[in-house]
Design a protein around this ligand. Structure first.
Ligand code: NAD
Length: 372
């Protein structure tokens, strides 16, 4: 195909099936804008994205009794990528004894689709320097890519509780193959970036971390061009806030990654800014790192940018559409530069914010994207 204006070969147009799983709480509110952005990209660049929707989490339990209905799993398997919102409802948070729970849906879909690597880019838009509670001079230029392992650890190890509730335990277990496959993905990506990888563990105390560390050391030998360092998780938690610019790729386990990336969200200004990709060897799942935020659900104030940036990650990583992904990033950057802010990223030091709700922010990004 030829681009008429520039008389240059035009990149091939793609046909993709995208499953949207809005989920619970603010999930549907923000995912709507992730989807709208994908629709706008398809139109602008001549791709055909075919959308379908499915239930998961509390919404699915209410409708079917099952947090991951078979129909959702079947649709997920048949799609090229999944755009997911969030799951969770206060009912379950207040009663940990409830046996059927929303998060079982998410854990199971990750397991069923073999999604073992969770990529979480932590990149601060310069326009949001003032939104963070960390000093701008510490933050400026921070650009970290987390690889959080997703299929092992205490999340999936055996769980026990004494009948008389006097003790409980969660087994922290890792298999070498689980560490190997995510380590390869992380080292390969580090090669495309600043060639620096920091593996985070607790090898001074935990046997599973000692296996983690020796496995990463073995894999590192195959990537001599990447500088590999190791850090204990307690130190990493401190270093992230003290000097985030020292990191490029961070490779870590399921539990440590869960906690560290929430902490790192403050580098990007808000949970509402952070996208993630859960990858295996087939269909990937793209989602904000935040949860269903029941405290703001239904109020129209949730920041949709994490969902919009998850859509950009889908374009970049899932479909290898770098130009399209860059267009979405630029649109977000422009909207922030013009001063539009949802409440979570408002600059507390100025009166010049233009505060918008979820839909206002979504509309601004679409307008910017379409008219750029
Ligand atoms: P949360 O991420 O939902 O919210 C934490 C805080 O960040 C809240 O104050 C919330 O208002 C704010 N926040 C989150 N996303 C925002 C956005 N887009 N815009 C503006 N502010 C935003 O975490 P939580 O409160 O610990 O958990 C709430 C529920 O979500 C629980 O049921 C939990 O199990 C579930 N959860 C789900 C996922 C997921 O689906 N992947 C992840 C984490 C938590």
């Amino acid at each position: 195909m030829i681009d008429d204006k520039h008389n240059m070969p035009r990149a091939e147009t793609l046909q993709k099936k995208i499953l949207v799983i809005p989920g619970d709480g603010i999930g549907p509110e923000v995912t709507r804008w992730g989807r709208r952005v994908l629709e706008a990209v398809a139109e602008k660049f001549g791709h055909t994205f075919e959308f379908d929707e499915a239930l998961m989490g509390h919404a699915a339990i209410e409708a079917t009794g099952n947090p991951l209905p078979d129909e959702t799993l079947e649709k997920a398997r048949q799609s090229d990528a999944i755009l997911f919102g969030a799951i969770g409802h206060p009912k379950y948070d207040q009663d940990p004894q409830l046996k059927v729970r929303p998060e079982q849906g998410l854990l199971r879909i990750r397991k069923e689709l073999g999604l073992y690597a969770n990529l979480r880019p932590i990149k601060l838009f310069d326009e949001l320097l003032a939104a963070s509670s960390i000093k701008p001079e510490v933050l400026q230029g921070a650009d970290i890519l987390f690889f959080r392992e997703l299929t092992g650890d205490v999340y999936f190890g055996e769980k026990k509780r004494a009948d008389d509730n006097s003790w409980a335990s969660d087994l922290m277990i890792y298999h070498a193959y689980e560490v190997e496959r995510i380590a390869h993905k992380a080292f390969e990506t580090a090669r495309q970036r600043r060639k620096k990888l920091c593996s985070v563990d607790k090898a001074n105390v935990l046997e599973s971390s000692r296996l983690w560390r020796s496995t990463v050391q073995r894999i590192a030998a195959a990537y001599p061009d990447v500088q590999c360092t190791h850090m204990f998780v307690d130190n990493a938690a401190m270093q992230l806030i003290r000097d985030p610019r020292q990191f490029d790729v961070i490779l870590t386990s399921n539990l440590f990654g869960d906690i560290l990336t929430d902490e790192a969200s403050q580098i990007a200004g808000s949970m509402g800014m952070l996208a993630s990709a859960s990858l295996g060897d087939g269909t990937g799942l793209y989602e904000p790192i935040h949860g269903s935020a029941p405290d703001i659900a239904g109020k129209g104030v949730a920041n949709p940018l994490a969902s919009i940036l998850s859509a950009a990650l889908m374009l970049q990583v899932g479909f290898q559409l770098q130009e399209e992904a860059d267009a979405v990033w630029r649109a977000v950057e422009q909207v922030l530069r013009k001063g539009y802010r949802t409440l979570d990223i408002a600059d507390k030091h100025t009166e010049n914010n233009m505060i918008v709700g979820t839909d206002g922010m979504g509309q601004q990004v679409i307008q910017q994207l379409v008219h750029a």
